[in-house]
Ligand binder design. Structure first.
Ligand SMILES: *Cc1c(COP(=O)(O)O)cnc(C)c1O
Length: 360
């Protein structure tokens, strides 16, 4: 095998979705966040499996992503004649409605989450009567109506009969951070002005903060794909890299660009086929661990574009492939080595891997 292989366990993803769904009361819906191509893992394969598991709402960042998800969901529903007749799942677009995109939103039955009075006006002018939601800014200062904007446009908002009002927590992955309670209070207060509309506040982190944060719908993303802060998640990805050369290095010799690694003793170095062009961040240079079966081996020297180098001196036999993600090392462990978060490790995974989908 010359190509690195990324294995995505779809059954683990649906099982994580069910487990998160089970954390909320039965009247609370659990959406599936499938933005950024399911955090880099492949929305066309994963979204239909989540729909089959029971997800009725999907969330994306941009309308174009929503079109891809809708196409995959329709293809899967078409393949299963039983899907016909039942209403299509809802696809929410976090980025809202910028104007001029009505054909795209209509063709793929996408629901924008309007984020500002300007978006509201574009939507009203171009898509009146179509479904929409409203995003409120409860303190993150990123997206959504602020309190004054809400007050000034309340009548226009209510006239659109929004299906959902939502907001997003800035610090939900830190349970002790008081910001979440402040945002919860702001959300409760602001939504008093929007009675009778379904409410949603929480992503994965907020879902874990407990029922006060659940409202009518939660929106987990990273937890589905096996990442923190959902520590009970089943691991989802395995990334196996082929060993393409092995060489013996003498004391004083260097390995890789810049000569940042100098062998102090005789070393055996394996060269593996994947690099920063494949999402193995350059900050993993000299910092990551690979596994040969159960045996950990350190990455030495710099990560280059297409290759990494690993000290395999401790192995009796060098295997054909080594794992950088898998049962011994999850996305968060690798992220810590790179000085980043699991989200970035996942979404950086490149397009050169042979992708294998297990399950579903
Ligand atoms: C990305 C995102 C989510 C999902 O967040 P996770 O932390 O991955 O669970 C939910 N809601 C909004 C608005 C988002 O942008």
């Amino acid at each position: 095998m010359a190509q690195a292989q990324l294995t995505v366990d779809i059954d683990a993803i649906t099982s994580n979705w069910r487990a998160l769904d089970a954390l909320t009361a039965s009247h609370v819906a659990t959406a599936a966040v499938v933005k950024a191509d399911c955090y880099g893992l492949g929305a066309a394969r994963i979204a239909p499996a989540l729909a089959a598991a029971g997800a009725r709402t999907f969330c994306v960042a941009q309308a174009e992503e929503g079109a891809v998800v809708r196409t995959a969901l329709r293809a899967a529903a078409g393949a299963e004649a039983a899907g016909a007749g039942s209403a299509e799942p809802e696809i929410l677009v976090f980025g809202g409605y910028a104007g001029g995109e009505a054909p795209l939103f209509r063709e793929y039955a996408l629901t924008p989450l309007l984020n500002s009075p300007g978006q509201l006006r574009h939507f009203r002018a171009e898509m009146s009567g179509a479904p929409c939601g409203i995003q409120l800014d409860t303190g993150m200062n990123r997206l959504g109506f602020e309190g004054l904007e809400l007050a000034q446009t309340l009548m226009e908002i209510m006239a659109l009969r929004p299906r959902l009002v939502m907001s997003h927590l800035a610090c939900a992955d830190e349970p002790a951070n008081p910001m979440s309670a402040l945002q919860l209070a702001a959300f409760n207060t602001m939504t008093l002005a929007l009675p009778g509309i379904r409410r949603s506040l929480s992503a994965t982190g907020g879902t874990l903060l407990g029922p006060l944060y659940h409202f009518d719908m939660v929106r987990p993303g990273v937890g589905l794909y096996g990442g923190a802060p959902y520590m009970q998640a089943k691991p989802v990805v395995r990334l196996s890299l082929p060993v393409i050369q092995v060489r013996d290095v003498l004391p004083g010799e260097i390995v890789g660009y810049g000569g940042t690694y100098v062998a102090e003793r005789p070393r055996r170095i394996a060269t593996l086929s994947a690099g920063y062009a494949d999402g193995l961040l350059r900050s993993l240079s000299g910092a990551a661990t690979l596994h040969a079966g159960d045996t950990p081996c350190p990455l030495v020297g710099r990560v280059s574009m297409d290759l990494i180098t690993v000290d395999v001196t401790g192995l009796d036999e060098v295997p054909a492939t080594m794992d950088i993600l898998g049962p011994h090392q999850g996305v968060d462990t690798l992220a810590a080595a790179a000085g980043t978060i699991g989200y970035e490790i996942l979404t950086a995974l490149g397009s050169r891997y042979a992708r294998v989908y297990k399950g579903a």
